[in-house]
Design a binder for this molecule. Structure first.
Ligand code: 5AD
Ligand code: SF4
Length: 510
């Protein structure tokens, strides 16, 4: 039995308070998730291997269609592209109509309770479909599948789900599908204690202009509120040569922009046995003929001088950094386990601005952390103003089972939390509009992604600083190109403008 089979078939020794016996729901591979196991970190057992489809699975999807609904972050969006690649390699056709699908996957997000509620609502909606067409396979994957409580809830209340698999084994999709076809029971395969980096995964990318590129999986930061280190496992970097060859291939295929992905990209390379970090990777990527390079998400703790230099010097490095701060108060930051202070965050911002004076900074903020005082909340507002963030994603703290913060007693009422979010959002909206208003009369470079959401005679894309621009242009030849656009009007969240000319950013003629 190889390592993969061992992981798939060995039962995890769970130390559960839950006494219920869920084995009646299945008679095949049952590997329940376990948050305690998910916390176990070790460097030695990271396996780097290549994806292959077993001969026996080839053609499995002939005459069948797949449908995937994605919730959550860019990591999930990219995982969906990989699963779409695997389905396509198995000869499944894609459908955007759930009623027309033979396999339905929900790629789920666990970050906040409302994200999970949406998924349970959707699984409930699919009950009628399963009754009408019992042969349809319904699967739940992604971050929620890594949670023991979610799996147990599905087993108890959602008989229409046939497959549950987690974030670490999407490359086993062919095996999981095969097992689901062969058996009448549910297939549950969730690896809590992972360690693999799988290369050569097939992908069906969403669009031919911008591409996601994974550089590191997992997160070892364990901020006290966050479920991600449990659902996505420990930090595992891809080898630089694998990343660089993927970027070169995307450039050769005409992609104009890449976004490097990781839950904590700044930890890139730390787990490798070579002396190579995110700064080195950025320097190597800046030599590749791809016009735009972005990355997400950064943790302020690991933001090195070498990285700042690489970003400042690389011609294709975009002048926008998303740098989640979460709170502007030192005590709250400490309880959150963020490992930086307000002062050190401001120092980092200063350092970045010294090297990249024109950089646009955006952030993530959580309000209503357990026992957050009004004064502590006001520190967050004042930090927001002091940094001059151009935008923020703002959230009310949501307790996540298994995380340290979920055990904290909380004296802040829901009403106060909602009020704080509203007050913060007023500041965010005002500052976002103000940052946009500065572009009126300017000419900016926009990577045109297609037509606008509302009108097909208006084109849309993002500037180098990640501002959404809707603009008029003579025809659709602008799509997929970087173009100069004169900005005539600023709205709260976007800019309006008119096409001026195409910019050829590639060093090689295309
Ligand atoms: N509650 C609310 N927001 C959260 N985030 C992460 N975990 C939680 C939680 N438990 C937010 C953080 C993070 C973003 C992706 O989601 O701001 O940066
Ligand atoms: Fe993405 Fe985090 Fe949601 Fe998982 S929990 S899908 S990593 S946002």
């Amino acid at each position: 039995m190889n390592e993969e089979q061992r992981r798939a078939h060995s039962k995890v020794n769970t130390s559960k308070k839950e006494e219920k016996d869920y084995s009646k729901y299945f008679d095949n591979v049952y590997q329940p998730p376990n948050l305690k196991d998910a916390k176990v970190r070790g460097k030695s057992d990271v396996v780097h291997s290549d994806f292959n489809i077993d001969e026996k699975f080839k053609g499995m999807g002939k005459g069948r269609k797949f449908y995937i609904k994605t919730y959550g972050c860019q990591m999930n969006i990219h995982d969906t592209e990989i699963m779409a690649g695997i389905f396509t390699a198995l000869d499944y056709a894609h459908t955007t109509d759930v009623n027309d699908a033979d396999v339905i996957l929900l790629n789920t997000c666990a970050i906040r309770e409302n994200a999970e509620n949406k998924v349970f609502g959707e699984i409930g909606n699919l009950k009628h479909l399963k009754l009408e067409r019992p042969d349809v396979l319904i699967g739940v994957c992604g971050c929620m599948a890594q949670e023991e409580s979610v799996v147990n809830k599905i087993l108890e209340s959602y008989q229409n789900v046939d497959m549950i698999f987690g974030t670490h084994n999407i490359h086993r999709l062919p095996n999981i599908l095969d097992e689901a076809y062969m058996s009448n029971a549910k297939v549950i395969e969730v690896w809590s204690k992972e360690g693999d980096v799988i290369e050569n995964l097939p992908k069906v990318r969403d669009g031919a202009t911008k591409a996601w590129v994974n550089i590191i999986y997992g997160c070892d930061k364990f901020c006290t509120y966050c479920i991600v280190p449990f659902t996505r496992g420990k930090e595992r970097s891809r080898m630089p040569e694998e990343i660089l060859s993927e970027v070169k291939e995307l450039a050769a295929n005409g992609y104009q922009e890449i976004c490097l992905l990781g839950q904590n990209v700044n930890a890139y390379g730390k787990d490798l046995d070579i002396d190579y970090d995110l700064g080195d990777l950025m320097r190597d990527i800046s030599k590749i003929d791809i016009p735009r390079v972005r990355f997400t998400t950064s943790h302020p703790w690991d933001f090195s001088d070498s990285l700042i230099d690489a970003l400042a010097e690389g011609e294709n490095m975009m002048p926008h950094i998303h740098l989640p701060v979460q709170s502007g108060n030192d005590q709250v930051l400490k309880i959150m386990g963020r490992k930086y202070t307000r002062e050190s965050y401001l120092e980092l911002v200063k350092k970045i601005r010294e090297r990249m004076p024109d950089v646009a900074l955006t952030t993530d903020i959580i309000v209503g952390y357990p026992n957050e005082t009004e004064e502590q909340f006001l520190d967050t507002i004042s930090l927001y103003e002091e940094v001059g963030f151009e935008h923020a994603y703002t959230y009310i703290y949501s307790p996540r089972e298994g995380t340290p913060a979920a055990k904290m007693k909380d004296n802040v009422s829901d009403e106060v939390k909602r009020d704080r979010l509203q007050r913060l959002n007023r500041v965010v909206t005002h500052n976002t509009a103000h940052a946009l208003s500065k572009f009126v009369g300017e000419t900016v470079e926009v990577l045109c992604e297609g037509t606008s959401k509302k009108r097909d005679d208006i084109y849309a894309g993002y500037t180098d600083k990640q501002k959404l621009v809707n603009f008029t242009a003579p025809d659709d030849s602008v799509i997929g190109k970087i173009v100069k656009v004169k900005i005539n009007h600023a709205r709260n969240y976007s800019l309006d403008g008119e096409f001026i000319e195409v910019v050829n950013k590639n060093k090689v003629e295309i």
